[in-house]
Ligand binder design. Structure first.
Ligand SMILES: *[C@@H]1O[C@H](CO)[C@@H](O)[C@H](O)[C@H]1NC(C)=O
Ligand SMILES: *[C@@H]1O[C@H](CO)[C@@H](O)[C@H](O)[C@H]1NC(C)=O
Ligand SMILES: *[C@@H]1O[C@H](CO)[C@@H](O)[C@H](O)[C@H]1NC(C)=O
Length: 506
């Protein structure tokens, strides 16, 4: 506590002296609600999903396009919004300009950490080093911004009663994400999960991500809810009242991580009166309307024209009119005392299968160490054909045991290299086959050109599987660390001395 207060006073003084622009106050969580950590006002998410896309460009990172950000964010502010939800970014690109434009509009960011290219796949779930490295880089790229409200660790991963094992892998990633933020960020950035609304499993998912050890539980929960369609529906008849009962004793903040059924258009958003009015503000923290730009699926608030300018659609105006009538204030953080117990883990049944034993933390160090012990590895040709790695693996796994590289989230059995990349796993298996079977039968390390010999740097992989990665503490970006971190650190120390504060307390 003392540490926090001292360092925020110092940050304040630092930004005053350096003349930095004011950052948005971080949002924090107390019990079931979000609060502005400085004003102590309750924070209701008035959000929009933001992922403009084009068929031609495919995957794009909307926070890497300053001109588009500067075009869109003031219009969101004008609409009365305070949050965007972004599903996909490329952590290697620059985000300072868009995050500054977002801050200038008074808007916070909730960012999804899994992207299609690096994700836990619901029907064949695995949690490997490629996924984890991308998650780590994304956290590195965004944790420095004070208007990063939170991260989603998954979105609708399990979406029916046959894909529940995938949730165990998501929970493993949640554990690692929370640990990583705790060891690399100066601020406790909350991590949540966004659920679909499948009646068969929604309650299990809700409980599952809020049960068990602290480090394996989400900090907030999102529900993608499309049950309220059109103005002839009401809070009671839409299903919204039922969903409110579902979460009415939940212990952490809940909001609609997507809403806005479009089976009746243009949308007049009658549900918004409930979301930000007496029906729901006691138990919900707002919602994220789906979505900003008009795309093939017809949910847009605005149309991006071929010349890259914007035209407002009727949904934009309708939402603005409705929102302008609603000003939920909630409670002050200091006055809010209610705490509720965490959830009980759902029973394991044929339709809720994830093992209590979670997958291990993927480790580059372990996989690299293992690779350096191999004599026979996947050839460049095999590695280049990413999409056929699975087929090549299946072939070699038909010839010898693949236990070391396999994982089973239902039984909770994870091979020692089950988190390595597909190419590393293939190398491990070629080497295993070559060493244990092939060489004895005078076969070569070739596998139809898919394998090649290498000179192993280590004589065995002993000890490799327990090698751990250390977080990269030098790669932080973001407004709050703008400029040279070393310089500001020494400035903080000087300031602390000036103020007579013990430097040890920082
Ligand atoms: C599983 O989901 C299917 C499809 O929704 C449903 O028909 C079935 O009853 C569910 N099974 C159980 C045991 O809940
Ligand atoms: C909605 O349902 C509740 C509880 O069943 C009832 O008390 C309330 O009057 C209903 N509201 C409307 C507008 O029908
Ligand atoms: C919502 O929350 C309030 C206050 O915590 C509570 O009194 C109320 O019964 C809750 N449930 C529903 C269904 O609105």
């Amino acid at each position: 506590m003392v540490k926090l207060v001292v360092s925020s006073i110092l940050n304040l003084a630092l930004s005053l002296v350096l003349g930095q622009a004011w950052a948005l106050n971080p949002i924090s969580i107390k019990g079931t609600k979000f609060f502005d950590s400085v004003t102590q006002d309750q924070f209701f998410i008035k959000g929009v999903a933001y992922q403009p896309r084009s068929l031609a460009a495919g995957f794009t990172d909307p926070l890497s396009k300053p001109a588009d950000c500067k075009r869109d964010f003031p219009l969101m502010k004008d609409l009365g919004l305070n949050t965007i939800r972004v599903y996909q970014v490329d952590p290697s690109l620059k985000h300072d300009d868009c995050m500054k434009a977002l801050e200038d509009a008074g808007i916070y960011l909730i960012l999804d950490l899994m992207v299609p290219k690096h994700s836990i796949v619901r029907n064949n779930p695995e949690y490997d080093i490629n996924i984890w490295n991308n998650v780590r880089s994304t956290i590195d790229a965004f944790e420095g911004y004070s208007n990063t409200l939170g991260f989603f660790v998954g979105n609708e991963v399990t979406n029916d009663n046959k894909t529940t094992v995938a949730s165990g892998y998501v929970k493993a990633m949640l554990r690692d994400t929370k640990n990583y933020i705790a060891s690399t960020s100066s601020r406790k950035i909350p991590v949540g999960y966004a659920n679909n609304d499948d009646p068969d499993i929604r309650l299990q998912i809700q409980s599952y991500f809020n049960c068990g050890k602290d480090e394996e539980r989400i900090d907030f929960f999102g529900i993608n809810l499309y049950e309220w369609c059109g103005a002839s529906t009401t809070y009671n008849t839409s299903g919204y009242a039922e969903r409110t009962k579902d979460i009415a004793s939940y212990s952490i903040p809940v909001f609609l991580s997507e809403f806005g059924c479009n089976s009746v258009t243009p949308r007049t958003f009658p549900e918004v009166k409930s979301i930000f009015g007496p029906d729901m503000t006691d138990n919900w923290s707002g919602g994220v309307v789906y979505e900003w730009s008009q795309e093939d699926n017809n949910y847009g608030l605005v149309q991006v024209k071929p010349d890259n300018t914007i035209s407002l659609m009727p949904d934009y105006t309708n939402l603005k009119t409705t929102l302008s009538l609603l000003h939920p204030t909630g409670v002050k953080m200091s006055a809010f005392k209610e705490t509720r117990p965490i959830s009980t883990c759902p029973a394991i049944t044929p339709t809720w299968e994830p093992s209590e034993k979670l997958a291990p933390t993927p480790s580059s160090a372990a996989c690299d160490c293992m690779m350096s012990s191999l004599n026979c590895v996947a050839s460049d040709q095999a590695v280049a054909t990413t999409e056929s790695l699975g087929t090549l693996l299946n072939t070699v796994c038909g010839m010898t045991s693949c236990d070391d590289i396999s994982s089973n989230g239902k039984t909770g059995v994870y091979g020692k290299y089950s988190f390595c990349s597909p190419a590393q796993k293939l190398s491990y298996m070629y080497n295993a086959y070559y060493t244990n079977i092939g060489k004895k039968a005078a076969a070569t390390c070739n596998f139809n050109g898919m394998a090649k010999l290498q000179v192993a740097a280590k004589s065995s992989d002993q000890g490799c599987s327990s090698a751990k990665d250390t977080p990269n503490l030098d790669s932080k970006t973001g407004m709050s660390n703008a400029g040279d971190q070393a310089k500001s650190d020494s400035f903080m120390v000087a300031l602390a001395v000036l103020l007579g504060v013990s430097v040890l307390a920082i």
